[in-house]
Ligand binder design. Structure first.
Ligand code: CP3
Length: 351
């Protein structure tokens, strides 16, 4: 995976899946049911190390991703963060300069010590040929949760603040650029070999807003990481931004770009792959459906993107209702590529 991120075209692309650890695995649900509070689960090194390794045992991905969550940053800053069952994250919203002043950026490294221990242990436990990915949310996506106080589909309050009072909102973004950079540098010092920045809500911004609130803060973080940790590649995931992904790549300096399922494969191959390693972009609902369509979609992606620097992944995370058998089928197709990947097997039921 690291070679792919340095721009090499590999005969068989490396693969991993966003949210490869999680509720679609019975062994995850089994461990998870004993801890009520999801953040406590994330901060327990024994549990987090174990659930990071679970998907690797079954599917032999080329990378392990730290088991944690992007919302540990607001939690470490002192904002109240809870995960309610069936509802997702709920936070005490930050809506003013006064609220920002109550946050404590100096405390995050101490508070997040368990995360660094998890990475330390993982870097000793995973096989040498498996890469270890650390991650964080981008400042914009974290700000969406911090300001809205929810993980749903509403963005009115955060967009209103950014539009009506950009100077104050910039204070929050700047604080997040600093906190996220420091956090990621510590992740790398603890064993992370690749960093992914999740900008899950980049797609709600118009082109001007996207440049100010997503591209520019990301560029500053990437610059900081490249400066302090040369050789550690950074993947950006600007979700649902369409053709603005090309600007994102050229302006942020990321080494890889993770793409959602709405971006056409021929455009990716023609426009993005010549300038950047690309990652993606199987539709996670096709992974839920399985069958012939899953084989067709997987092979189509492999055919379209394997002749340049490429990492196979989904367009967004594995959904909880996904059958592990479908993940196994995809893993088999990718690992068998180019031999044996081209075409359905008798077990796919197309007779
Ligand atoms: O396997 C992995 O990918 C590593 C772990 C990981 C989690 N969250 C675990 C998790 C990673 C990389 C994330 C990133 C994350 N978290 C993002 C960015 C990627 C994306 O999906 O867009 C976002 C937006 C979040 C915030 C978040 N965390 C939400 C909105 C929710 C609730 C919705 C949901 O899917 O449950 C979570 C909870 C969460 N994070 C779970 C897991 C395994 C489920 C919690 C549980 O087990 O009860």
């Amino acid at each position: 995976m690291i070679r792919a991120l340095r721009g090499e075209t590999l005969e068989r692309p490396p693969f991993w899946l966003m949210r490869q650890a999680g509720r679609y695995l019975p062994e995850y649900r089994e461990l998870r049911k004993n801890t009520k509070n999801f953040l406590d689960f994330c901060y327990s090194p024994d549990l987090a190390v174990e659930v990071t390794l679970q998907p690797l045992r079954r599917f032999h991905m080329d990378a392990a991703i730290l088991f944690s969550d992007i919302l540990v940053i607001p939690d470490a800053l002192g904002q109240k963060v809870e995960f309610l069952e069936g509802e997702g994250p709920v936070l005490d919203p930050v809506r003013s300069l006064e609220d920002i002043k109550k946050l404590n950026p100096d405390g995050i490294a101490d508070y997040l010590t368990p995360v660094f221990e998890i990475l330390n242990r993982l870097s000793r436990e995973i096989p040498d040929e498996t890469a270890l990915i650390g991650f964080a949310g981008s400042p914009w996506t974290i700000a969406v949760y911090m300001v809205e106080g929810r993980g749903g589909t509403d963005h009115g309050k955060v967009l209103g603040w950014a539009e009506n009072d950009p100077e104050d909102f910039q204070v929050l973004i700047d604080l997040l650029v600093e906190a996220t950079s420091a956090y990621l540098i510590r992740q790398i010092e603890s064993g992370a070999e690749i960093i992914q920045l999740f900008d899950s809500w980049a797609g709600v911004l118009n082109a001007d807003q996207f440049h100010r609130w997503s591209v520019e803060p990301t560029r500053r973080i990437v610059e900081r990481l490249h400066d302090r940790c040369p050789g550690v590649p950074v993947i950006g995931f600007p979700r649902n931004v369409g053709q603005l992904a090309a600007d994102y790549v050229s302006k942020t300096g990321v080494d890889g770009v993770s793409l959602d399922q709405y971006i056409p494969l021929d455009w990716i191959a023609e426009t993005l792959q010549p300038i950047c390693t690309v990652q993606g972009n199987l539709d996670n609902t096709v992974l839920v459906a399985g069958g012939q369509e899953l084989v067709r979609a997987t092979v189509n992606i492999l055919k379209s993107l394997s002749s340049g620097p490429f990492i196979f992944n989904l367009g967004h995370g594995v959904l909880p209702e996904t059958s592990p058998d479908h993940v196994a089928r995809v893993a088999e197709l990718v690992r068998g590529w180019p031999r044996g990947g081209d075409g359905p097997s008798p077990s796919d039921g197309n007779n």
